[in-house]
Ligand binder design. Structure first.
Ligand SMILES: Nc1ncnc2c1ncn2[C@@H]1O[C@H](COP(=O)(O)OP(=O)(O)OP(=O)(O)O)[C@@H](O)[C@H]1O
Length: 253
């Protein structure tokens, strides 16, 4: 495991625009968004429903192509990479955690966690597996199917699957959306410690000011543009910033 943020890839968006559809039904999800994701830090993306948060996350991860602008990965242009290079980058350097867990139902927790290594033909380091599953309190659940796990255990399994490849960047889209407050706090603390202890970069989309308060900084999106940032956020400073956004934009929910 790398201990320093220096060797980790840095992500940046340059003048990102995304338009879905065309003509009268066209939806502009992002308009000229430029941002730097600081390596080794936890960045939260907040904003009202439909403001472009997931679109931005997917474009930064190379899962979707921007209509205009480009993503830089440690200075290299993601858009001009070959599909193979992009696939390798996603597989080897980026971990994903989604709200819906996306576990394979007929695989055990252990098989789900090691799936990215199996797919990449990489060997499983038992010490890494134990360290991660211990930290996530999953060690005694490894032989169970997802249907035999609680929601929190399923999400922790999905997080273990994201961490097992030791990715530079973890992209999380509402990872606590389906969890109760206590489990949600546990999951956020674990993600927070992955940033602090292993120098991982975390980008998390959330509606929850409590979740955003775990971040180093918060980007606020409205209508596909960056409307502001909150450095060193607390629950109160995030709520205040969201209230201020609502005051200038009555469409903000
Ligand atoms: N595949 C798609 N085709 C057409 N429009 C899309 C598509 N994906 C997203 N959009 C539209 O783009 C805009 C931004 O969507 P996006 O999912 O990025 O917002 P969001 O801030 O993540 O929303 P939420 O908080 O509700 O998940 C919305 O108007 C949405 O309807």
């Amino acid at each position: 495991m790398s201990s320093s943020a220096d060797s980790r890839i840095a992500l940046a968006g340059r003048n990102l625009t995304k338009v879905y559809g065309s003509g009268e039904s066209a939806v502009r999800a992002l308009s000229d968004v430029s941002l730097d994701i600081p390596p080794g830090q936890f960045t939260a993306i907040m904003g009202p429903s439909g403001s472009g948060k997931s679109t931005l996350l997917h474009i930064l991860a190379g899962l979707e192509e921007p209509t205009g602008g480009h993503v830089e990965v440690s200075g290299a242009n993601l858009t001009t990479m070959s599909e193979n290079e992009r696939t390798e980058l996603r597989r080897d350097r980026i971990g994903f955690v989604f709200q819906s867990y996306n576990l394979v139902p007929h695989f055990s927790a252990r098989q789900n966690i090691t799936l990215p290594l199996d797919l990449a033909g990489r060997t499983i380091n038992d010490a890494d597996l134990t360290r991660i599953t211990d930290a996530l309190s999953l060690t005694d659940r490894l032989e169970h199917l997802p249907s035999e796990l609680s929601g929190g255990q399923q999400q922790r399994t999905a997080i273990a699957r994201a961490l097992i490849t030791d990715p530079d960047v973890i992209m999380a889209d509402e990872p606590t959306g389906n969890l109760d407050n206590r489990t949600s706090a546990e999951v956020l603390s674990l993600l927070r410690s992955a940033v602090r202890e292993f120098g991982q970069t975390l980008v998390l989309v959330t509606h929850d000011p409590m979740a955003a308060a775990y971040a180093d900084n918060v980007l606020l999106l409205t209508d596909g543009t960056i409307a502001g940032t909150v450095e060193h956020p607390s629950y109160d400073s995030v709520v205040t910033a969201l209230d201020a956004l609502r005051a200038v934009n009555s469409s903000v929910v």
